[in-house]
Design a protein around this ligand. Structure first.
Ligand SMILES: NC(=O)c1ccc[n+]([C@@H]2O[C@H](COP(=O)([O-])OP(=O)(O)OC[C@H]3O[C@@H](n4cnc5c(N)ncnc54)[C@H](O)[C@@H]3O)[C@@H](O)[C@H]2O)c1
Length: 299
């Protein structure tokens, strides 16, 4: 597991340990936290973009399956730190693929993005829609997908919509729900970029973890969208949060940000039809569970 100290990766680690797997995590702790990683997982601090450090970190361990989560994940930051994003996302994926082949992994689960790879999606995009990333983050994720597809590993690429849930950092830009819940928790106003009409497909963390487990255990290969197929505007998200937490303590308006699409939504029908996965948790339920885990739920 790469990136196993991060938000998604650490939840996947928990689920793998719970089903009895031996888990080895490689993470450089640049945005992840060692405290997120269950002590029963083996852990090495290493940069996936540094091949010899990655291989030293793994040592002589036998690896059956790889889940590749490690990435820089800030869409806006990727516009000013292009070289860093290319190094970690493209170079890192190349190294992890190479290492997985060398170690004879039987399945490679590549964590990609649905939210940042399709560009504008007036209708929720299925996997046949040509990719049209608007940010360096999305462009490098698209290149990383090609690296994975062109290897001879059995690989499943999961194009994830916007994930939310417990343990998501409030200081990373991808997690608008974590950011908003943090504002409610601290009694601060929320900031809305643009007019709040931006729409995103929000998928609950536990559902995403199930998609990774599905990819690991099945015989699937190729690209699958993992999302709900429902686009929710930021304004509607604020209303849904207000229904759970009470009204926000003010709203600050800020200019729209570069590199952000207006509407991002993925169609998860392929994963459902092929028996890999289907979403279970509705937004209201997921928000309640997230707020409860953060200790900010109204009684
Ligand atoms: N959060 C979302 O909404 C979302 C949506 C679509 C796709 N994704 C993808 O899911 C994956 C996990 O994202 P997340 O939201 O958990 O972010 P995160 O920042 O919490 O996790 C990323 C992890 O990768 C580690 N990492 C970063 N650079 C590394 C490097 N060079 N070497 C080793 N480890 C490194 C970080 O320390 C962190 O633990 C990423 O690939 C991201 O692109 C996330």
């Amino acid at each position: 597991m790469t990136g196993g100290a991060g938000f998604l990766g650490s939840h996947v680690v928990d689920a793998l340990l719970a089903r009895g797997d031996d888990v080895m995590v490689v993470d450089d702790l640049s945005t992840g936290d060692r405290a997120n990683v269950d002590r029963h997982a083996d852990f090495a601090v290493a940069d996936v973009a540094d091949l010899s450090a990655l291989q030293r970190g793994i040592g002589s361990r036998r690896i059956d399956a790889v889940v590749h989560c490690a990435a820089k994940t800030k869409v806006v930051e990727s516009m000013t730190k292009k070289a860093l994003y290319e190094r970690v996302i493209v170079g890192g994926t190349r190294n992890v693929v190479q290492t997985s082949r060398r170690l004879g992994a039987s399945i490679f689960v590549n964590i990609s993005t649905g939210g940042a790879i399709y560009g504008e999606t007036p209708a929720c995009a299925d996997e046949t829609v040509p990719v049209d990333p608007q940010s360096n983050y999305g462009r490098f994720k698209a290149t990383a997908e090609k690296l994975v597809e062109s290897s001879d590993l059995r690989a499943v690429t999961l194009r994830l919509a916007n994930i939310y849930g417990p343990r998501q950092r409030t200081d990373l830009e991808g997690g608008v729900i974590a950011i908003f819940i943090g504002c409610w928790k601290r009694g601060e106003p929320i900031t809305l970029f643009g007019d709040g009409s931006y729409e995103r497909d929000y998928v609950y963390i536990a559902d995403v973890v199930e998609s990774v487990l599905g990819a690991l255990s099945g015989t699937h290969a190729g690209v699958y969208n993992i999302g709900t197929g429902v686009a929710t505007s930021v304004n509607d998200l604020v209303s849904a949060l207000a229904a759970v937490l009470g009204p926000p303590l003010g709203i600050v308006r800020a200019p729209a940000r570069p590199g952000e699409v207006l509407r991002g939504c993925v169609d998860p029908a392929k994963a459902a039809h092929e028996g890999l996965w289907r979403p279970k948790t509705g937004l209201a339920d997921g928000l309640r569970r997230t707020a409860a885990a953060e200790g900010v739920l109204l009684s």
